[in-house]
Design a protein around this ligand. Structure first.
Ligand SMILES: NC(=O)c1ccc[n+]([C@@H]2O[C@H](COP(=O)([O-])OP(=O)(O)OC[C@H]3O[C@@H](n4cnc5c(N)ncnc54)[C@H](O)[C@@H]3O)[C@@H](O)[C@H]2O)c1
Ligand SMILES: O=C(O)C(=O)C[C@]1(C(=O)O)C=C[C@@H](O)C=C1
Length: 343
C-alpha cells in the first residue's frame, strides 16, 4: 500500500516488529492525527474480534477489515463482544508464506491471488468499497463468499493440506540420515508449508475443526484403500496383485484430475510450460547472470525452481518458459557458456 502512495500507520503489540516493518518501508510508526479510512487487522485468528472491537471502541478507523484465515468465528465473537458488525468486513487473501513476521513480508505477495470478502446484507457499502480499493491496489482478485462457505472451502484447499504436509514431514524427524540426504524436489514440494508456525496453525485449526476433520476423514478413507492396495500388490496371488495395481492407479488418476483443476498463475488454467534445466555453481550473482542472459534472448521466464545437488557446491535451476520459447532459450544459454541438463 505504501508503494502505491497510501499512507500506512503500523501498530503491533510488539514494538520491535513495528520498527522492523517501518525500516523495510511498510509504513510509519507515527500515530495518525485522527481516524484512518480503513484499519487492516492482521493478528492471529483468536485475537481478531478483540482487536476489531478495540479499533471501533477507540474510534481509530472509519471501517475495519481483518485478514485471518478463518471467517465464521471472528464475526460471531465480535457480536459477543458488542462490536459493530456494520463497519467490519471479514476478508482473507489467499496467499501467504510458511514464515511469519515482517522479515518474511513481500510487497507483491497478493498479486494475482484471490482475496475473499465476506460481506453480509448489513455491511456498510463504504467499507466494502474501501476493501475493494485496497485489494485492487494490491493487484489481487476479489472473491465474495459467505463466511461459513469460505471456512469449508479453505478446510479443503488450505487447512487439510497444511496438516498433511506436516504429517509427511514428521516422518522425517527420526528417519535415518542416509534416507534424509536423498530428499529431492518431490518431498520439498510436499513439505514446504510444514515449516509454518505451529502456534498460528493451532489457532487456525481450532477455529475450523469440523470442516477440516471432514476432509481429513475422507483422506483417511483413501489412505486405508491405498494401504490395502499396496498389501495386495505384495501378495503371491496374481489376481490380488491385479486388484492392488488397479486400486493404486485409481488414486493416482484421481490425483491427476484434481491437480488439473488447480488454477495457475493469476488464477488462469495451469499453463503447460517447458522446463530448461541449467547447471549453476553456488556463487554470488549466478542467478542474476542467468536471468539477464534469458532476458537478453528475449525469453520471459514464467516460473523458476532451484534444485540443490546433495553435498555439492552446485545445483540446477529450472526455468519454466512457454513451449515455443524453449529451444531459443536453450541455444542462447549454450552460446553464453551455460551447461544444460535434459529432463
Ligand atoms: N501467513 C500467511 O500465510 C497468512 C495468509 C493469509 C492470512 N493470514 C492471516 O494473517 C494473520 C496474521 O498472520 P501472519 O502470518 O501475518 O502472522 P505474523 O506473526 O507475521 O503477524 C501477526 C502479528 O500480530 C501481532 N499481534 C498479536 N496479537 C496482537 C494484538 N492483540 N494487537 C496487535 N498486534 C498483535 C503480533 O505481534 C504479530 O506481529 C492471521 O490471522 C493469519 O491467519 C496469514
Ligand atoms: O503458501 C503458504 O506458505 C501459505 O501460507 C499459503 C496459505 C494457503 O494455504 O494457501 C496458508 C494460509 C493462509 O490463510 C493463506 C494462504
Amino acid at each position: 500500500m505504501t508503494a502505491r502512495g497510501v499512507r500506512v500507520h503500523l501498530r503491533d503489540t510488539d514494538p520491535q516488529r513495528i520498527r522492523t516493518a517501518a525500516s523495510l518501508g511498510a509504513g510509519t510508526d507515527a500515530e495518525p492525527d485522527g481516524p484512518v479510512d480503513l484499519a487492516v487487522v492482521a493478528v492471529p485468528p483468536a485475537h481478531v474480534a478483540r482487536v476489531v472491537a478495540d479499533v471501533q471502541r477507540l474510534g481509530l478507523a472509519r471501517g475495519c477489515i481483518d485478514v485471518a484465515s478463518v471467517k465464521g468465528g471472528p464475526r460471531r465473537e465480535l457480536r459477543e463482544l458488542g462490536g459493530d458488525p456494520v463497519a467490519y468486513l471479514g476478508s482473507h487473501p489467499m496467499s501467504g508464506r510458511e514464515q511469519n513476521g515482517p522479515l518474511a513480508a513481500t510487497a507483491d505477495l497478493f498479486e494475482g491471488r484471490p482475496w475473499v470478502l465476506t460481506p453480509t446484507p448489513e455491511t456498510d457499502t463504504e467499507v466494502l468499497n474501501l476493501a475493494l480499493e485496497l485489494i485492487a491496489l494490491c493487484g489481487a482478485v476479489p472473491v465474495v463468499m459467505d463466511a461459513d462457505a469460505h471456512d469449508r472451502a479453505v478446510a479443503l484447499v488450505s487447512h487439510t493440506p497444511q496438516l498433511l504436509s506436516s504429517m509427511i514431514a514428521a516422518r522425517l524427524e527420526s528417519a535415518d540420515e542416509t534416507a534424509v540426504r536423498l530428499c529431492g524436489q518431490g518431498i520439498r514440494d510436499v513439505t514446504r508449508i510444514a515449516a509454518s508456525d505451529p502456534d498460528m496453525w493451532v489457532e487456525i485449526l481450532a477455529a475450523n475443526p469440523g470442516p477440516v476433520a471432514d476432509v481429513l476423514a475422507a483422506v483417511a478413507g483413501d489412505l486405508d484403500e491405498a494401504v490395502r492396495a499396496l498389501r495386495a500388490l505384495d501378495s503371491a496371488d496374481e489376481e490380488k496383485r491385479g486388484g492392488g495395481a488397479a486400486g493404486i492407479e485409481d488414486v493416482l488418476r484421481r490425483g491427476n484430475a484434481g491437480r488439473a483443476r488447480v488454477p495457475g498463475k493469476h488464477g488462469q488454467a495451469p499453463a503447460v510450460y517447458r522446463t530448461v534445466a541449467v547447471l549453476i555453481s553456488d556463487r554470488p550473482g549466478e542467478l542474476a547472470r542467468i536471468f539477464a542472459d534469458a532476458g537478453a534472448a528475449g525469453v520471459n521466464i514464467e516460473d523458476v525452481r532451484i534444485e540443490h545437488a546433495t553435498g555439492q557446491q552446485a545445483g540446477h535451476v529450472q526455468l519454466m518458459v512457454e513451449p515455443g520459447a524453449a529451444s531459443a532459450l536453450e541455444s542462447a544459454l549454450r552460446d553464453r557458456g551455460w551447461s544444460l541438463r535434459r529432463l
